[in-house]
Design a protein around this ligand. Structure first.
Ligand code: ADP
Length: 211
């Protein structure tokens, strides 16, 4: 199954992609994770990416497409995958159409106020990437990951300015993809304003049981 997870920042794409990946046995390919990884390196590219991601702007299409194209050629992605955070622009979607056939696009919907509430309390494990929320989904021990014991941190782009910019970038550059995939009859709308468990139930209904 080749899937795209689409939706504004904070809609829960990353959390749900993790759950679907486990249950359906397909890898989660997150361009956000790829770029956060790149920005840890002190290379020219790493520094440039760190600046762009920190502001909440988009990494240039050409670079993004070439990284995804390379990743999708890895053996574990041949039987299917979840694209989490890609494509995010019409040119990225058109490029993807040139080398991959997609089975479904899951479109997560949620109000802006809920997004801001979620992102401003988000905590992420530095070690395994598990996602928490300071109020709604706190770890058992403050600052420590339930899964692996790693340290939790706040993403540098989860500041008020960057969140506002990411929402605006989403509206201008990514939202047009909804019409793009609806026209191709690939779009499946999901209300992701409730718990991860509720959203997962809706996804199962849309995708069917794992093979
Ligand atoms: P969120 O959905 O919460 O904004 P992501 O982890 O998906 O977080 O993305 C974080 C950042 O990584 C984005 O704000 C952007 O700077 C960069 N990024 C991720 N995916 C793409 C993409 N497909 N094209 C360009 N930039 C991207």
């Amino acid at each position: 199954m080749k899937l795209i997870f689409l939706g504004p920042p904070g809609a829960g794409k990353g959390t749900l992609a993790g759950l679907v990946s486990k249950e359906y046995g397909i890898p989660q390919i997150s361009t956000g994770d790829i770029f956060r990884d790149a920005s840890k390196r002190e290379t020219e590219l790493g520094k440039k990416v760190k600046e762009i991601v920190g502001r909440g702007d988009l990494v240039p299409d050409e670079l993004t497409v070439s990284l995804v194209r390379e990743r999708l050629a890895q053996p574990d992605a041949l039987g299917g995958y979840i694209l989490d955070g890609f494509p995010r622009t019409i040119p990225q979607a058109e490029a993807l159409d040139g080398f991959q056939g997609i089975d479904a696009v899951v479109n997560f919907t949620i109000r802006d106020e809920a997004v801001i509430e979620r992102l401003s309390g988000r905590l992420v494990c530095r070690n395994c990437g598990a996602i928490y929320h300071i109020k709604n989904m706190p770890p058992k021990v403050p600052g420590v990951c339930d899964v692996c014991g790693g340290p939790l941190y706040t993403r540098p782009d989860d500041t008020r300015e960057s969140i506002a910019n990411r929402l605006e970038v989403y509206r201008k550059q990514t939202e047009p993809l909804i019409a793009y995939y609806r026209k191709k009859k690939l779009l499946r709308d999901i209300d992701s304003s409730k718990s991860p468990g509720d959203t997962m139930g809706q996804i199962r209904r849309v995708l069917g049981k794992p093979a």
